[in-house]
Design a protein around this ligand. Structure first.
Ligand code: DNO
Length: 357
């Protein structure tokens, strides 16, 4: 297991590599290159510039989160082949730079979503929250406006701004797309790239739909065990894997996250884990919590134990943290609470390992 931390390059992060280097047990970072428009090739120069910066700080860069998928691939348009070729070229360049794992998602139109970014918690910290009722009342126009002008503080790390102008049209497009048709587009993509993942020695981990609930009536394809089984079966290669995001899947109380960790890690199909906790507060409602089991609804010990016992040997990163100690920064991606999370997970890992050897 390697413990890593998410970091945004090009001066786009309040957290520095030097700070990350000092978190006990953290050996590397997961990065993305958000300034390259989705669909374009990541050049060796762009990749190596970031890699050099990371390595000079004493950290490894073996994981990319994310190389996003162009909407034309998701929609199955004729132009998809060109974007797939670009994707393969990016994979080659990443492989040459020593990248071992790519996290991506197949959420149509959107990436992750929360209805509130700074919900005050009783201890004076704040955290992100989701309320299905608010999400249902949200229109694409309202969402785009709040994302673009920062009102309602709804700008979420990882979303590329070029999504917004097309968003309403894209949402409209999917109203006629069934789950089955969408799965066909996924299979087309996987069958094209996975042979290269094998050649280039890169594990792919699809990120679950976050939250695991319907949004704007868009297809949801990675939100429970059955859906994940279907996704992984689309291409049987070990390279076609899952980023097990405990907070995304665990937001739905019907999902048994330790059982999922056990099942998918035992198949050797979990190259990357996002570990965080959520507290269920009502039907279709949750807020994010500190990583500790006693602070949320997920049993973090059981999840780590299931991973360890299933032979998990990939990357783990602490996921969204609360904002604590007066810190400000990207929602979910401050330093302090994520660093506490990394220490806690490392402690669980050491305990589980010693109890089982
Ligand atoms: C949110 C992140 C996501 C994730 C992508 C992966 O905090 O977990 O933005 O990076 O969905 O493609």
């Amino acid at each position: 297991m390697k413990m890593i931390f998410r970091w945004f390059p090009h001066g786009d992060d309040t957290v520095t590599l030097e700070q990350i280097r000092q978190i006990p047990g953290v050996s590397g970072v997961a990065v993305m290159l958000p300034h390259i428009p989705v669909g374009e090739v990541w050049s060796p120069e762009e990749i190596n510039a970031v890699k050099t910066e990371v390595n000079n700080a004493g950290l490894e860069m073996e994981v990319i989160e994310s190389v996003n998928i162009h909407e034309d691939i998701k929609q199955g348009l004729a132009t998809r082949d060109m974007y797939i070729q670009n994707y393969i070229e990016t994979m080659k360049n990443l492989s040459d730079a020593g990248i071992k794992c790519i996290c991506y998602n197949f959420m149509p139109v959107m990436d992750w979503y929360r209805s509130e970014l700074y919900m005050p918690l009783a201890d004076g910290s704040n955290a992100m929250a989701y309320n299905a009722k608010i999400a249902r009342e949200l229109t694409a126009d309202k969402m785009i406006k709040s994302m673009m002008d920062g009102s309602n503080n709804l700008s979420l790390p990882g979303w590329e701004p070029e999504r917004f102008p097309k968003m309403a049209k894209d949402i409209e497009f999917y109203q006629g797309v069934s789950q089955d048709e969408y799965f066909k587009n996924i299979k087309y993509f996987l069958d094209a790239i996975i042979p290269y993942a094998e050649e280039y020695d890169i594990d792919f981990g699809v990120h679950p739909d976050d939250p695991p609930y319907p949004m704007f009536n868009l297809p949801r394809v990675v939100n429970n065990a059955e859906a994940i089984r279907r996704y992984l079966a689309l291409n049987p290669s070990k390279r076609n894997g899952l980023t097990l995001c405990t907070g995304s899947l665990g937001a739905n109380p019907n999902n048994d996250v330790p059982a999922m960790a056990k099942e998918f890690a035992a198949l050797g199909k979990v190259p990357f884990v996002h570990l965080r906790n959520v507290l269920h507060t009502g039907e279709g409602e949750f807020h994010e919590s500190a990583h500790l089991s006693s602070d949320g609804s997920l049993d973090m010990f059981k999840i780590v134990e299931a991973l360890y016992k299933s032979g998990f040997d990939g990357y783990i990163r602490p996921d969204h943290g609360r904002m604590i100690w007066g810190e400000t920064g990207r929602p979910g991606y401050g330093l302090y609470d994520r660093a506490l999370g990394a220490c806690y997970i490392n402690g669980l890992w050491e305990a589980v390992k010693k109890l089982n050897t």
